[in-house]
Design a protein around this ligand. Structure first.
Ligand code: ADP
Ligand code: MG
Length: 261
């Protein structure tokens, strides 16, 4: 795969012109044909090293993966194997050391900070293990953030609808510390999905919850993903949760290995 796509600079942005074309014109090279087929997520030979000097750690050492629209992928791997790092580079919150990530036709590994922020607002919703709600904002205000960042006029009305969708219509005015862990994670899921991103990234979303609440949150995540047709990339330690995904990818020695679900 690497040889195929390294042959020339990528004309990714120009490709938007051909959206919807079912058959690429025959003049297209193999590289362009791959891009026209356009998987939603295209990760090619990504290396990430963090830290400096003797503290430098090679976390990802040739990670490659493609995924199509609407799929759910479980990412499994031992603690410290680089799962969160993979999610962070997919979200554009951490830079790759080398390699390429193309999401929805945007070669995000080439984007500057401003373009990356716009990319993230349009394509990525994130759910963290420890919820990461803004403590001095109500549930409604937290959920409205992505819409406000996108400059949408009806942010609060839509945020209210999204809270209702996750079963929290009656918690809109609550602050995070006035909600249970499960309610906070529901709020975080509403915030992640309210702007209808292409991809929802979830890093051990049930890791801080008891088993029953965790199961409810997992059900909610899968229901929302399927209702909205969003692609889900889910890091989990839980093999049973992973088995609910279409695909299982294991992080091992800095690379990604797909195994049967
Ligand atoms: P996982 O999510 O699979 O537990 P992480 O992606 O969080 O793994 O971390 C992978 C490895 O990278 C760990 O060994 C961790 O200590 C190391 N690491 C994470 N962030 C940094 C950093 N900023 N600087 C140096 N090493 C880091
Ligand atoms: Mg992690």
């Amino acid at each position: 795969m690497r040889d195929q796509v390294d042959a020339q600079p990528l004309p990714v942005r120009d490709m938007a012109f051909f959206d919807g074309a079912t058959t690429p014109p025959s003049a297209f090279t193999r590289i362009e044909t791959i891009l026209l087929a356009s998987p939603l997520i295209y990760i090619d030979d990504v290396h990430v090293s963090l830290g400096t000097g003797v503290g430098r750690v090679d976390i990802l050492t040739g990670a490659s993966l493609t995924a199509d629209n609407g799929q759910s992928l479980a990412i499994l791997g031992p603690s410290g194997s680089g799962k969160s790092t993979l999610l962070m580079v997919m979200a554009g919150l951490e830079r790759v050391t080398s390699g390429r990530i193309i999401i929805a036709g945007d070669e995000m590994t080439r984007l500057g900070e401003d373009a990356l922020a716009r990319f993230r607002a349009r394509h990525i919703g994130i759910v963290f293990q420890s919820f990461h709600l803004i403590p001095n904002m109500t549930a409604l205000e937290n959920v409205a953030i992505p819409l406000e960042l996108n400059g949408e006029p009806d942010a609060f009305a839509r945020a209210r609808g999204e809270l209702a969708r996750v079963g929290l219509a009656d918690r809109a005015g609550h602050y995070p510390q006035q909600m249970s862990g499960g309610e906070q994670q529901r709020t975080a899921i509403a915030r992640a999905l309210v702007a209808r991103p292409s991809i929802i990234i979830a890093d051990e979303p049930t890791g801080n919850l008891d088993a029953k609440t965790g199961a409810e949150i997992a059900d909610l995540l899968f229901r929302m993903q399927s209702d909205l047709g969003t692609t889900l990339v889910l890091v989990t330690h839980d093999e049973r949760l992973a088995a609910r995904c279409n695909r299982i990818v294991r992080v091992a020695e800095g690379r990604l290995i797909e195994t049967a679900p």
